[in-house]
Design a protein around this ligand. Structure first.
Ligand code: ZN
Length: 96
C-alpha cells in the first residue's frame, strides 16, 4: 500500500517519535510508500492519523523539520549498532 497516493493520509506535519534498528538481517516494509525495505525504522506520529513505521526517505518527506536529517540519523543508528556488536563479545563459559 502506497500511502503517498492514498487519500486521507496526511503527507505533512508528521513528527518523529522514535528511531529503531531492526537488527542485522531484519527488515520491515515501509508503511508509507509500501515498497522500501527498511532496517532503520522511523516511528512517525500525526495528530490526525495513526502511528506509522517508515524509512528515512519517507520520514524526511513527511516532516519538514526532519528534512536532510534522515541519513544522519541512520548513520548514528549504524554507529550504535557497530558499537554494540563490539561490546557483545562472547562471555567466557562459567559452566563446570
Ligand atoms: Zn517509504
Amino acid at each position: 500500500m502506497n500511502r503517498w497516493k492514498s487519500k486521507g493520509v496526511p503527507h505533512k506535519n508528521w513528527f518523529i517519535v522514535d528511531q529503531l534498528d531492526m537488527g542485522h538481517g531484519s527488515t520491515i516494509t515501509c508503511e508509507m510508500c509500501g515498497t522500501q525495505e527498511i532496517r532503520y525504522v522511523h516511528i512517525m506520529d500525526h495528530n490526525n492519523y495513526k502511528r506509522l513505521a517508515v524509512g528515512c526517505v519517507c520520514a524526511e518527506n513527511m516532516s519538514i523539520s526532519y528534512k536532510g536529517k534522515g541519513k544522519e540519523a541512520e548513520r548514528q543508528l549504524r554507529l550504535k549498532a557497530a558499537k554494540e556488536k563490539r561490546n557483545a563479545r562472547p562471555k567466557p563459559s562459567t559452566s563446570p
